[in-house]
Write a protein that binds this ligand. Structure first.
Ligand code: ADP
Length: 630
């Protein structure tokens, strides 16, 4: 029988597994046991609707046996089994989930390997970290034929017909020879297998059995022992979330999370909730410490696993999590849900809605607690998922702002650290009645905006918004604790006294012709030109009128489909009335309009640059400035 080649991607991954320097090789056992358990689940599911599957629930089992002479470790399950095609497809190609990032990482060497192994539960192939040959015999329940898949590694695999007399799958690992650095022999030791199962697979719902020899007192004797060989169940089979919390360590939760949700890092927070009363359920939730690689993409699917009395009925129940908490992983187990409930029915299920509501409250409560009691941890969380909370505020017309607004943080002008809105408001002086903010690409750039400088100069704190979603979220919130949000680069910034305003108004009126001339020189770029007295040392700045700020204009026009339908902020060029330049411009208007025209164009370009915007005509500006130098 000719050898078949693995698909390219799979081959690379396989190579990595075989040559892996990964220190946690032991996880292979957990991976194979999970697969076996999944396979039994599948048969069990089928038995619910297919009468021909006549398996009693206590017959399901996973079995492990060790043959030291032959150096083999064998895992058997009586699950759904694989057809010839399935052996080919499932074991000839790596799991889809892994392939995406694998592509991106495949050029880098071992450091990346570790991530891949940890991140994606690469499953079956991990067995090649400890084996130099793997034989998989499988027979689908109800089929007569069985097939055998054999591989000694990257050179390919063969599939032949075989004689497996029971349904399910048997995986025979030929354990590698020991090297100077590594003892693979330990995987042929009973104690090690016991230890690994306790560590990683204790909660598996099906018994993991092993034939073990024990010394026991001979019947009727008080000091004579005999060797008894009997099956022992190595796992407690109690789901982690059903165990007494005092018996479960943080490590247990972390291990469970890593394995079940394919993360290589421990969660930043584990939340366990047991609800009694009208709706009874147990929830075990995890907040990851970092965003999964696909989190901010369309591919990411939110959801919690749903169990009915310890039996999984759905892998990703979307309805249990609001979008803004879509990063939460975990499961809910409720005895109130029927085993055979369909997806459509679930959507309308009142119990489920009640659970979702309670979970939302629990999650936001726990996050608020973290913010209060463990600021560093919260900031780490916020770095990973803060953008999602902000989108949550913006979406659904601000419907969820009450849940989310206290979880928001922004950097501020005070010490450029993240602060909450509550902290901002608490620090406000009595005469301040607005929450000031400014947006830009980076904190440093925002800090240089003339308007920001002038607001800080007056003793006010300014929030620095650096993410696209920020300003949209604040606009949706409108106010916090009755204090309105205000972009300091808009014309609503109103810091002058009545007297100052009046003088300014007069000046503006007097110079209407000048402004109109300047505006004509600039063209479409601005809707208005006027004097201002809010600037300190800068000669000009740009301010917007209306709902769309310059930051928002930038974000909106970046969105897909925006090309034909550009949004335009109404931009005002403001000239510092206290700057010598103001006088110069009025003079030029009287004496040298041509020069004024050049000045206008240059001033507008300067103002754009200061605001963090680009200019359309850099060559023209450069020429104008050059001419002035000569
Ligand atoms: P994953 O479990 O992440 O899908 P694996 O590489 O571990 O990736 O397994 C690939 C596929 O092979 C599984 O999805 C499953 O369809 C099949 N498989 C693996 N082990 C078994 C088994 N013991 N019984 C039946 N099918 C199995």
């Amino acid at each position: 029988m000719a050898k078949k080649q693995f698909k390219t991607e799979s081959k690379k991954l396989l190579d990595m597994m075989i040559n892996s320097i990964y220190t946690h090789k032991e996880i292979f056992l957990r991976e194979l046991i999970s697969n076996a358990s999944d396979a039994i689940d599948k048969l069990y599911f089928r038995s619910l609707t297919d009468d021909s599957v006549n398996v009693k629930s206590d017959e399901y089992e996973i079995r492990i046996s060790i043959d030291k002479q032959a150096r083999t470790l064998t895992l058997t399950d009586n699950g759904i089994g694989m057809t010839k095609e399935e052996l080919e497809n499932n074991l000839g190609t790596i799991a889809k989930s892994g392939s995406y990032d694998f592509k991106n990482n495949s050029d880098n060497q071992d450091i990346e390997n570790i991530d891949i192994i940890g991140q994606f539960g690469v499953g079956f192939y991990s067995a090649f970290m400890v084996s130099d040959k793997i034989v998989v015999e499988s027979r689908v329940h109800g089929n007569n034929e069985s097939f055998c898949w054999t591989s000694t590694g990257a050179d390919g695999y063969t599939i032949t017909e075989c004689n497996k007399d029971t349904y399910g799958t048997k995986i025979i690992l030929h354990i590698k020879e020991d090297t100077d650095d590594e003892k693979f022999e330990i995987y042929l030791e009973e104690y090690k297998i016991r230890e690994l199962i306790k560590k990683y697979s204790d909660y598996i719902r099906y018994p993991i059995k092993m034939l073990v020899s024990k010394q026991e007192l001979k019947e009727g004797s008080e000091n004579e022992y005999e060797t008894i060989t009997a099956d022992e169940i190595l796992n407690s089979m109690i789901p982690l979330w059903k165990k007494n919390p005092s018996e479960v360590t943080d490590d247990d939760y972390a291990n469970f999370y890593r394995e079940k949700f394919y993360d290589f890092q421990a969660p930043i927070k584990t939340i366990r909730q047991k609800a009694e009363g009208t709706t009874e359920y147990t929830a075990l939730l995890f907040i990851p410490s970092h965003a999964p690689f696909d989190y901010y993409s369309r591919d990411y699917e939110k959801g919690l696993q749903l169990y009915s009395s310890g039996v999984m009925i759905m892998d990703k129940c979307k309805d249990l999590l609001p979008d803004y908490f879509s990063f939460v992983k975990g499961l809910v187990d409720s005895s109130d849900l029927s085993l055979n409930i369909s997806r459509e029915m679930l959507q309308h299920d009142r119990q489920l809605k009640a659970i979702a509501k309670a979970l939302e409250k629990k999650i936001s409560g726990e996050l608020e607690k973290m913010l209060k009691n463990d600021r560093d941890k919260y900031e780490e969380f916020y770095k990973a998922f803060g953008a999602q909370l902000k989108w949550g505020i913006y979406n659904d017309y601000g419907m969820h702002k009450d849940v989310l607004q206290n979880l928001l943080m922004f950097k501020s002008s005070k010490d450029k650290k993240l602060i909450t809105l509550k902290e901002y408001v608490e620090r406000m002086s009595d005469e301040q009645n607005k929450i000031y903010y400014a947006s830009g690409d980076t904190v440093d750039k925002i800090e240089l905006l003339p308007q920001v400088e002038s607001v800080i100069e007056r003793g006010y704190e300014v929030l620095y918004l650096t993410e696209d979603v920020d300003e949209f979220a604040l606009q949706m919130l409108r106010n916090y604790n009755e204090k309105e949000f205000l972009n300091v680069c808009t014309d609503s910034l109103d810091l002058d006294s009545d007297e100052e305003k009046e003088t300014l108004n007069e000046e503006n009126k007097k110079n209407e012709e000048l402004f109109s001339y300047i505006k004509d020189c600039i063209g479409d770029g601005v809707t208005k030109v006027r004097f201002t007295n809010k600037l300190q040392k800068h000669p000009v700045c740009l301010t917007t009128e209306g709902a769309v700020s310059m930051g928002m204009e930038k974000v909106l026009n970046k969105m897909p489909g925006a090309e034909d339908n550009k949004v335009k902020a109404e931009i005002v060029l403001e000239i510092n009335i206290n700057h010598p330049l103001a006088k110069r411009l009025t003079d030029l208007y009287e004496n040298d309009k041509e020069k004024l025209s050049d000045y206008s164009i240059i001033l507008y370009a300067q103002a754009r640059l200061i605001s963090g915007l680009s200019i359309d005509n850099p060559a023209e500006i450069s020429d104008l400035v050059c001419n002035m130098m000569l």
